[in-house]
Design a protein around this ligand. Structure first.
Ligand SMILES: NC(=O)c1ccc[n+]([C@@H]2O[C@H](COP(=O)([O-])OP(=O)(O)OC[C@H]3O[C@@H](n4cnc5c(N)ncnc54)[C@H](OP(=O)(O)O)[C@@H]3O)[C@@H](O)[C@H]2O)c1
Length: 340
């Protein structure tokens, strides 16, 4: 059995594994975007891997393949407890044991009943198994998946862009664009890592959105989220309104419950709700908002349409408070990220 590595080496390997997982976010559902790093017995990073799209290899197997013989006597650092079950692929625990890995560090326990037990299986095979701890952070690509597994519905992030005084459109209704180019680029990069983007029929009809993940030149990014509209109004007979969605294809559900049920059942784990004000209020009122991405632009409007259309609390004392987990300058705008 190899000697224990320095804490710094493990911490750097965990950061590397988290980055590898973040890179495949949006492409793995219903499987989690896991990252794995194999550190050789000599303390060198020998292999990095991440979850492949459904039916493909898990992160540990990708990292073991990259490390080859250097896995023997080495250490695996994984963002999720290695699975102990045979699904579409064999158990990762067995792959780690077969490769002769001496020690496994993992960040999150597997909350699913079929895949759990990996740590125990490894320990029974004589592998040292250590659970790591890290404070919650926005860079952790597994958070939405873990949340979805626990709640049996997709994790919901509410996104909006607002003026400094909380408006999303000016008095004459103009709303494009409140934020600058850097923020809009970030929105598209964010869309690419989600399983689905949701808007209300009001936005679908008023803005004729495409709900695609694009580059600044208009070309499509590699991964496209599902396009989802909630509400009863018919988009099919709406003339030019909503013509982009009709052309690109979309799913429509008449209620939030139906949408979340169908999205979860068909594998979506990480969902972005992009408004408008009516639908955002409904999600908040139903206590279904797990995270918020607020893009704030350095402009004051004085009057206009607000982020929300209806009260979501009667009194300040009962209002839900969110915890800030990230803050990112984007040109002159700022993105603030919160979790419940
Ligand atoms: N700055 C931003 O971040 C931003 C983002 C998005 C949109 N916007 C702006 O917001 C405006 C649209 O806002 P909006 O409030 O009119 O429209 P909306 O929120 O997009 O859609 C409202 C519709 O959603 C459906 N809905 C809401 N709650 C529901 C629930 N609990 N169950 C089922 N369906 C529900 C209803 O559809 P039915 O009536 O069809 O049943 C409702 O009429 C647009 O002008 C757009 O430009 C701004």
């Amino acid at each position: 059995m190899g000697a224990a590595l320095e804490d710094d080496t493990i911490s750097a390997a965990l950061d590397r594994a988290m980055a590898a997982g973040a890179e495949v976010r949006g492409t793995t559902s219903p499987n989690p975007p896991v990252g794995a790093v194999i550190v050789s017995a000599a303390g060198e990073v020998a292999g990095v891997g991440a979850t492949q799209p459904v039916g493909g290899a898990h992160a540990e197997v990708m990292a073991l393949r990259a490390a080859g013989e250097k896995s023997r006597g080495g250490t695996a650092v994984v963002t999720l407890e290695p699975c102990a079950h045979t699904g579409r692929t064999g158990p990762c625990t067995q792959a780690l044991i077969d490769a002769g890995v001496a020690r496994v560090y993992y960040l999150h326990s597997d909350p699913t009943s079929q895949a759990a037990g990996g740590a125990r299986a490894l320990a029974e095979a004589g592998v040292d198994v250590i659970k790591l701890e890290k404070p919650p952070q926005v860079e952790d690509a597994l958070v939405p998946w873990l949340w979805a597994m626990r709640t049996r519905r997709p994790h919901i992030t509410l996104k909006f862009a607002q003026s400094l005084d909380g408006f999303t459109a000016a008095a004459d209704g103009t709303s494009q664009w409140i934020t600058g180019e850097a923020a809009r680029d970030w929105v598209h990069a964010d869309r690419e890592r989600r399983d689905a983007i949701v808007v209300g029929t009001g936005t679908a009809l008023a803005d004729n959105p495409s709900l695609t993940a694009r580059f600044r030149n208009g070309s499509l990014r590699e991964h496209q989220p599902r396009r989802v509209v909630i509400g009863k109004r018919d988009l099919k007979s709406a003339g030019d309104a909503a013509s982009n969605l009709r052309e690109l294809g979309y799913e429509q559900y008449e209620s939030i419950d139906e949408a979340l049920y169908e999205l979860y059942a068909s594998g979506a784990r990480d969902v972005l709700v992009e408004g408008g004000a009516g639908l955002a209020s409904s999600f908040l009122k139903a206590d279904l908002v797990d995270a918020i991405s607020a893009y704030i632009a350095p402009v004051l409007l004085g009057e206009g349409r607000g982020v929300l259309a209806h009260p979501v609390t009667q009194t300040l004392k009962e209002a839900t408070r969110f915890q800030r987990v990230g803050m990112k300058p984007l040109g002159d705008d700022v993105l603030i990220e919160y979790v419940r």
